[in-house]
Design a protein around this ligand. Structure first.
Ligand code: MSP
Length: 653
């Protein structure tokens, strides 16, 4: 079996701020990546921004700036949004980067040399919104159906890609690889399109009309059409043709998109790859559209949903869970805050939250907060629950790689609901009254603890923070990224006698009315649904410092993590510097100026807070990867720590 996994999102246009649609695709890519990590795969996750073309020039003009500055600003917004949704991508590519431009020109030259790019004159209907000529067949009432605007007549001498030459090959490839484009409805859509003769693709724009693009290497009077440019990001980011990443990950490439960009990905891209002599991607995964109040998201109607307005109100994990549970992959779904709150209260606060807190409360009450032994032999009702869990684990592993997220979650919730019923049926509170039934009580509680642990493992891809918290409170201190299904979901793997921690509710119930009344006046009807205004020029510095204050975005750029000091020694010839080995899930070397306040031997075992994304520095010749936090006063310096043991690598926010 291939133990590698490569996933891409579309690279987003920099003409709009990130909204829930972008967030959904990018969270799905994150969930898939985390799932494959959980299964022990080596993973690579790419996202980025698409920065050339008419649209960007127009948006920059409207904002009163030049395309480059505009692209820099919006691209940074995307880049800053993803970590705040707990999305861990490996690379973020921008089409204006030299590493991308180089590969686009290389591929153009290769296809040109092969004779698959030719010069010709074209006359037709051009849609500015789509940035392409559209055929008569595509027009609805004389208008582009996607943009509801009439196209303009245009005649142009341009370069064309001989896409038609690959039509036969593409049809065959799709037919021979039934899950090349999935779910099936989208494969059928592409095949239906391919029933008519494919036209060649115009892949250049005269420079005098559009200069914001990549020049053709064989004719400087033209720049590359934005789709030909953008699609290539999927290989340029891997350093095609000679990069090690390309060799390692391209053979397992999967793309993730919504249905709006099916044609470029299902037709242009595979034929471009074929012409360039690159093997086709493995899967194109296509999802539907999020609608707001059953309609299209629209700036003018004020129905743009911004993920960063929602996540802090409802909790990041609840938001991620909702998106993945609510949408059937491939179909459209409707977004509403009511639906989000309902799911949060029913699935998370009630079902999962109750199961977890009941299990821990009873462990603490009846076993002093320690994992009991298995006790009496298994009874049929225990075995039945365990089998249900085993089946769920199997079903989950089948559904996840084929994008059945809602089904995978439904199976997990079947187990959660069955476990809640099991508690009611076995009534541990009655067993506890009878000392002769201690062994039975142990069996019931241990069964529940093991089940909660496996549920937490299965939730790692969807709700990494919650899963980490659950595992930690069950006595398994592991960073979400290091959890492995085959090791951590094994029945009986909890340490007998290990401490569990009751703690507070995982998901407090949410009262939508209260949230609405807490919002500033005038926002009551649409708490987090707001018209996305084009970002205005402000007096902000690049770090977001404005009039001496920083925004939450600037603070959240800091990656603060819990670490445990595993080793400490003085840096030779320095009074102040101590060289530390800090465990944040991984081991890193950190140099700290605390030598006058702590002896190295006092430091080992201490929990500290580390700024984990600080640029590495050399201090007296020793490399330091991060900085630990300390408070100073007139008495000296004290390290900042957590008030109870916390898993190394946990995020501090
Ligand atoms: N730049 C191109 C893609 C080039 S990829 C080589 C582009 N950008 S985009 O900013 O318009 O992003 C489109 C993508 O954003 C969709 O395919 C989807 O991933 C996401 N979504 C945008 N709106 C969406 C919804 N309303 N619902 C779900 N996803 C949506 O096209």
């Amino acid at each position: 079996m291939d133990q590698r996994f490569y996933i891409t999102t579309p690279i987003y246009y920099v003409n709009a701020e990130p909204h829930i649609g972008h967030a959904y695709t990018t969270i799905v890519a994150d969930v898939l990546t985390r799932f494959h990590r959980l299964m022990g795969y080596e993973t690579y996750f790419l996202t980025g921004t698409d920065e050339h073309g008419d649209k960007i020039v127009q948006a920059a003009e409207a904002a009163g700036t030049d395309p480059k500055s505009y692209a820099d600003r919006i691209s940074a917004l995307f880049r800053e949004t993803w970590p705040r949704l707990n999305i861990r991508h490996d690379d973020f590519i921008r089409t204006t980067e030299p590493r991308h431009v180089r590969v686009v020109q290389h591929i153009l030259q290769k296809v040109y040399d092969k004779g698959d790019i030719y010069f010709d004159t074209y006359r037709g209907h051009y849609c500015v919104g789509c940035e392409r000529f559209i055929t008569d067949r595509e027009l609805v009432d004389g208008k582009c159906p996607d943009h509801d605007t009439p196209p303009v007549e245009r005649e142009e001498a341009n370069y064309f890609f001989r896409m038609s030459a690959y039509q036969g090959w593409l049809i065959k490839h799709i037919e021979q690889n039934p899950d090349f484009i999935r779910p099936e409805r989208y494969k059928n859509e592409v095949l239906a399109f391919l029933r008519d003769p494919l036209e060649d693709l115009c892949i250049s724009r005269p420079r005098e009309r559009l200069s914001w693009g990549i020049p053709l290497p064989f004719d400087e009077r033209f720049v590359t059409y934005v789709w030909f440019d953008a699609l290539i990001n999927y290989v340029s980011a891997l350093d095609y043709p000679d990069g090690a990443l390309f060799r390692k990950f391209w053979p397992v490439a999967q793309h993730l998109i919504a249905k709006d960009i099916l044609k470029p990905h299902g037709i242009y891209w595979p034929t471009m790859l074929k012409a360039a002599g690159i093997q086709p991607y493995r899967h194109l995964n296509v999802h539907g559209y999020w609608k707001i109040n059953e309609g299209k998201m629209s700036k003018s109607r004020g129905t743009v949903v911004r993920p960063l307005d929602l996540a802090p109100t409802y909790g990041l994990d609840a938001f991620r869970y909702f998106l993945l549970r609510e949408m059937v992959f491939g179909l459209d779904a409707n977004f509403s805050e009511d639906a989000l709150v309902q799911r949060l209260n029913a699935d998370l606060a009630n079902d999962l939250g109750n199961l977890f807190s009941r299990t821990l409360a009873m462990t603490s009450r009846y076993f002093g907060g320690q994992v009991p032994p298995f006790g009496d032999p298994e009874e049929p009702e225990d075995a039945e629950l365990r089998h249900l869990l085993e089946q769920a684990v199997e079903q989950y592993q089948k559904e996840m790689p084929q994008l059945g997220f809602h089904k995978a979650l439904m199976t997990v919730w079947d187990v959660i609901n069955a476990a809640n019923k099991y508690i009611d049926r076995t009534a541990p509170w009655d067993l506890a009254k009878d000392s002769s039934r201690r062994g039975r009580l142990q069996r019931v509680l241990r069964t529940l603890l093991e089940l909660n642990k496996t549920v937490a493992v299965l939730l790692v891809p969807f709700m990494p923070e919650t899963a980490e918290k659950m595992l930690f409170r069950l006595g398994v201190a592991r960073n979400a990224l290091d959890v492995r299904l085959d090791r951590d979901a094994v029945w009986g793997s909890l340490r007998e006698g290990g401490a569990v921690e009751k703690g507070e509710a995982l998901f407090p119930r949410v009262d939508l009315k209260k949230i609405a009344s807490d919002k500033p006046l005038g926002k009551k009807d649409a708490p987090a649904v707001a018209a996305a205004s084009a970002p205005k020029a402000t007096r902000e510095t690049p770090l977001g410092v404005q009039d001496g204050l920083i925004g939450i975005e600037a603070f959240q750029r800091l990656d603060l993590r819990v670490g445990v000091i595993r080793a400490a020694q003085r840096v030779p010839k320095s009074k102040k510097l101590v060289q530390l080995t800090v465990d944040t899930g991984e081991r890193r070397q950190v140099v700290a100026g605390i030598g006058e306040h702590y002896a190295p031997e006092e430091l080992v075992g201490k929990t500290v807070i580390l700024v984990a994304n600080l640029k590495p520095a050399r201090l007296m010749g020793v490399e330091s990867h991060g900085m630990i936090l300390a408070a100073h006063d007139t008495h000296g310096l004290r390290l900042i720590t957590t008030d109870a043991p916390t898993a190394p690598g946990s995020k501090v926010s």
